[in-house]
Design a protein around this ligand. Structure first.
Ligand code: ATP
Ligand code: MG
Length: 333
């Protein structure tokens, strides 16, 4: 007869269909008792519908039988909501003073960076009216779930994603909702999605300092923000806005990413400052936070995003960004 640790390990490794993460990673395995030839397993049913429960039960029995031949196995599902089982260590919001500066892109790249370091990562797309995360990751599957919650969609690298775009019949459909409805949707994504255990949840905020970003800041336990700016932005204005907002809500600024810093001319390797002189360091200094990256305008990156292959991106600049980001996030308490 196998002992409790061995049985727990065998069961814990089972992948939940629809998300492809284990019962342990999703924090669904409540208890495993092994005694007198009996194995009693308790599993939380958050976002797990009846069909999937049946499937999990069969798999648990098969896994236990393999190591504890002849054991009498009972599997019980107990009612739970995603909020009861979710354990997200750090929520990081990506913010900018204005739209179109590459917030969603930086959110995507941040998630890829940490996932490549072996961290468990999720993205909550809080840009309800202009969601662009699923496209970047090539996601088309509609999320499934149960009455108690929704399962996120998982990327090639294992990044969990939830976005309103995944819910729409047609991804080109425009979402015209009012502030309170948008706020409600964001809250729902936080409370009703089975994120499970995550080291990092990156939140792609909509532009500006209006309703939605404020809801995110007030509803989610945001550990800090990453500010995205471009050389075009008036540094003083961006920082003033961001600092005012982070003070208002009492959040730390993890760092600044200057996007579209320059364009490298392929033939000569010369860097052209297309949108004006870089202001990244200026913005970072004013925000009293580190400059995490100066990302170039990269046609290859734009093409990968359009093809849903952002996870394949790899350049020395991106590697440097990954390193800096990992360092500040890991060292923040
Ligand atoms: N460094 C870059 N190199 C090439 N293309 C880029 C770069 N940064 C952003 N883009 C492209 O610019 C467009 C806008 O970027 P993105 O959607 O990330 O901006 P955003 O700040 O999230 O916009 P919004 O405010 O509308 O949410 C996208 O098509 C993206 O692929
Ligand atoms: Mg965006």
């Amino acid at each position: 007869m196998a002992n409790q640790d061995e049985v727990t390990k065998a069961i814990g490794e089972l992948l939940v269909p629809g998300v492809g993460r284990s019962l342990i990673d999703l924090n669904l395995l409540k208890s495993v008792e092994v005694a007198d030839g009996k194995v009693n397993v308790t599993v939380a049913d958050a976002a797990i519908g009846p069909g999937t429960q049946e499937w999990i039960k069969t798999k648990i029995e098969a896994a236990v039988e393999k190591i504890a031949d002849g054991a009498q196995i009972t599997t019980e599902f107990v009612a739970a909501k995603p909020m009861d089982v979710n354990q997200v260590t750090k929520v990081v919001a990506i913010m900018s003073g204005k739209g179109g500066v590459g917030k969603s892109l930086v959110t995507g790249l941040s998630a890829v960076a940490l996932a490549r370091q072996g961290k468990s990562v999720g993205i909550l797309d809080a840009d309800i009216t202009g969601p662009s995360i699923p496209k970047m990751f090539g996601m088309k599957t509609r999320p499934i779930g149960s009455e108690s919650g929704i399962l996120p969609i998982i990327s090639h690298l294992g990044i969990e994603v939830m976005s309103i775009n995944l819910m729409l019949e047609d991804e080109h459909e425009a979402v015209i909702w009012r502030g309170p409805v948008i706020s409600g949707a964001i809250k729902q994504f936080w409370e009703e999605v089975l994120w499970g255990k995550l080291d990092y949840l990156f939140v792609d905020l909509p532009p500006g300092t209006a309703d939605a970003p404020l809801t995110v800041m007030q509803t989610l336990p945001v550990a800090g923000v990453v500010i995205v700016s471009t050389p075009q932005d008036l540094a003083s204005m961006v920082v003033r806005k961001a600092v005012t907002m982070s003070h208002k809500i009492g959040k730390k600024i993890f760092g600044v990413v200057e996007n579209m810093s320059y364009l490298e001319i392929p033939e000569t390797g010369k860097k052209m400052e297309l949108f004006g002189k870089s202001r990244g360091q200026e913005v970072a200094d004013a925000a009293n936070a580190p400059l995490l990256a100066q990302l170039p305008i990269d046609p290859k990156l734009a093409a990968l995003c359009d093809a849903g292959d952002v996870e394949k991106y790899s350049t020395p600049e991106f590697d440097a960004f990954s390193k800096n980001l990992t360092k500040v996030l890991e060292s923040a308490e």
